[in-house]
Design a protein around this ligand. Structure first.
Ligand code: FES
Length: 124
């Protein structure tokens, strides 16, 4: 049922986008919720979407400089443009770089009828 709460969340979810708005294998950036200075980004793998807060665990900068540029050239990893940290897409774990062993802040995702839903306060 669209609009029902995500587990552990007190507010109705936010509609991030439609699944088809993210090309398969690609990433897309999104603004944070109202009142937030930090954005979000999403990576699509088939029918799965992984969403993270756009803040590198190294020093907190955005991972990208160019719109929607979050992935390595082969699309296999998330890359921070500032110092080159590389993160697994599936869980945000940093494999290499100055924050090796840290993780991106993951955002819970639910997909209903092709609509990507996240907690309304994700990124605050
Ligand atoms: S800010 Fe991301 S690797 Fe340094």
């Amino acid at each position: 049922m669209r609009g029902s709460l995500l587990p552990g969340m007190a507010q109705p979810p936010r509609t991030l986008c439609h699944l088809s708005d993210i090309p398969d294998g690609a990433a897309r950036g999104f603004p944070g919720p109202p009142g937030s200075f930090i954005g979000l980004f999403a990576v699509r793998r088939g029918k799965q979407v992984f969403v993270y807060v756009n803040s590198c665990p190294h020093i907190g900068t955005s991972l990208n400089l160019m719109p929607d540029r979050f992935l390595s050239a082969d699309g296999a990893l998330i890359v921070c443009v500032t110092h080159g940290a590389e993160f697994r897409i599936e869980d945000g774990y940093c494999l290499r770089g100055p924050c090796s062993g840290d993780r991106l802040e993951a955002v819970p995702v639910r997909i209903e009828d092709g609509t990507v839903l996240i907690p309304a306060d994700a990124g605050l």
